[in-house]
Each structure stands twice: as C-alpha cells, then as structure tokens.
Write a protein that binds this ligand. Structure first.
Ligand code: ACO
Length: 274
C-alpha cells in the first residue's frame, strides 16, 4: 500500500525506509492522517547535513495521500543547531562533501545544490497538508529555517531562534527569508537576521513567529491539541482555504475576491452536486 502510494507520487518506498532515514539522522512515522518527522541526532543537537535535506525531500515525495498534518520536531534539548559545521571544513561530512569544496565549483553547481537542499523544505507548504514545527531549545540557522518552512510553530518556553548565517558570512538560503518577512515584517526580519541575535519565547510570541508558547513538558500535548483542532474541519475545504490564504499576498483585493468565488463554486459543486 505504502509502495503503491509512493509510486503514485513518483517516489520509492525504499527511499523512506527507517534505515535510510536513520542514516540521515531522521525518523518518520505515519499514524493515519498525521505524519511526524523527528530530527534524531540529539547528541549533535540535530545538526543538519545534505543527507538530512535530501531525506526530507524524499519524505515529501513519498508522503502518503491520506496525511493531513505533518509535525516536524527535534529529539533532545534542541530542535536543531542548524547546519552541521563540518560542512564548512575542507574534509566535510564523510560521504557528503563540504561547502568549501563546493565553492570551487561553478555558480551553476552551487545554485543546483542549494535548490536541491531547498526541496527538503518547500513541500512543507503544500496546500494538501498543514505542517507544524514543535520547537524547543535552539533553532539556529537551518534549524530556524526548517521551523519557518512549517505553517505553524508551537514552541517551548526555552526556545531560542537565531538566524546565524550572516554572522558566518552567509545568507539564509533554505527558504526561510520569505516566511520570516511575511510573519514579522521587513524591519524586524532585518533586525533579527543582520544582528544574528537570539529571539526568545516572549518575543517570538509577540512578533508572530510562534502561535503558542508552552512549558517544555506540555509541548507534545499542545501539538496534539492543535492537530485535533485542525482535523476537525473538512479536508477539501481546508485545502482550498489554505490555497486561498497562500495566494492572498500576491493578488489584488479584486483578484482575491474572484479566487474566493472560484474556490467556493468548486466547494458547492462538491457538496451539493451539479
Ligand atoms: N554542527 C555540528 N555539531 C554540532 C553543531 C553543529 N551545528 N551544534 C552542536 N554540535 C555538537 C557539538 O560539537 C557537540 O559535539 P561533541 O559532544 O562531540 O563535542 C554536541 O553537538 C553538543 O553541543 P554543545 O555545544 O556541547 O551543546 P550545548 O547544548 O551546550 O550548545 C548550541 C548547543 C548552542 C546549539 C551549540 O552547540 C552551538 O552553538 N552550535 C553551533 C550552532 C551553529 O553555529 N550552527 C550553524 C548555524 S548557520 C546554518 O545553519 C546555515
């Protein structure tokens, strides 16, 4: 069944076997309409590598069709300490190369690597699902961006968001800049990124980075509660509504009204026939 669904989506069930994912520092579980991705290298604070990003992309390609909610969480004290710093050394991560060797390749090669990495993050915005990041402790660099790639962030009161890339001479390139600006506004995004300062729970809640702040021991339950709320609405209406909300920013009021009319016509047909 899982294999058939994977084939339908152009993926391969073997690509998301527990063994292959464990090699990339991930766990992936599906329970009915809920999928959970766990960053599972707590001893390295869930640092991310090329393998993590391609495994995330494979999960997206093979996501079972019945899944409505995807939870992304991190094992241990931190959600993720960002990119594995070995990727900036000449030796790199064994079997995966390094950015310092990639830098000697052409711009096209680098752009292709970045785009491949981004594929691990982009699918979390699909209208067919709602993605929730459950974030405790540090969410640094790639960790912050992974949280930003989710639709919702529920955070523990010890959360520490930090966009560290500019401090390391880099730009955030794992799809995080757009949602950050959309969530907190341009001035605050400039402040957060160009100072590489830490955003703690109170501020995260105040500026719209987090939907909810809870004690660390309540994080799992808070996520479960949100999932129950999300699953209480009609699936097709939820997909159409997310599509509308996602498109709103790029449309004029008139265009958005027309889009609402089109989506509603499809809903009414589906509900009442015709
Ligand atoms: N890459 C590789 N290993 C890491 C990383 C990382 N990003 N972060 C932590 N680790 C490793 C440490 O080297 C250490 O390994 P060891 O036990 O073999 O020595 C282990 O994880 C635990 O780390 P500590 O620093 O001991 O844990 P602590 O909880 O005290 O601190 C913190 C956590 C603040 C996250 C710290 O580890 C840190 O600053 N890490 C680096 C963060 C960083 O600069 N990330 C890159 C951001 S830019 C980007 O993501 C593109």
């Amino acid at each position: 069944m899982a294999e058939a669904r994977a084939r339908q989506r152009g993926g391969n069930a073997e690509d998301v076997s527990a063994e292959r994912l464990a090699e990339a520092g991930l766990r992936f579980e599906v329970d009915g309409e809920i999928a959970t991705i766990t960053l599972d290298r707590p001893e390295k604070r869930n640092a991310q590598t090329f393998a993590t990003w391609s495994a995330l992309a494979r999960i997206g390609e093979n996501l079972p069709g019945q899944v409505r909610v995807v939870v992304v969480k991190g094992e241990g004290p931190s959600f993720s300490a960002g990119i594995d710093l070995r990727m900036f050394t000449p030796e790199g991560v064994p079997g995966q190369g390094s950015f310092s060797s990639a830098a000697t390749n052409g711009d096209t090669d680098i752009a292709q690597s970045v785009s491949k990495a981004q594929a691990g993050f982009l699918w979390l915005r699909r209208p067919e699902i709602v993605s929730i990041a459950a974030v405790q402790g540090h969410a640094i660099g790639a960790g912050f961006q992974l949280a930003l790639s989710c639709d919702l962030r529920i955070v523990a009161d010890d959360v520490k968001f930090c966009m560290k890339e500019p401090a390391l001479g880099l730009v955030p390139d794992l799809t995080g800049t757009k949602p950050l600006v959309e969530l907190v506004g341009l001035a605050k995004a400039i402040d957060i990124c160009l100072t590489a300062r830490t955003v703690y729970a109170d501020e995260a809640m105040r500026i719209g980075l987090a939907e909810k702040v809870v004690a660390g021991s309540d994080l799992e339950q808070a996520v479960r509660d949100k999932i129950a709320e999300l699953l209480s609405t009609n699936r097709d209406a939820a997909i159409a509504t997310k599509r509308l909300l996602q498109g709103a920013h790029g449309r004029s009021l008139e265009e958005q009204c027309a889009a609402e009319g089109r989506e509603q016509a499809a809903r009414l047909k589906a509900l009442f026939g015709g």
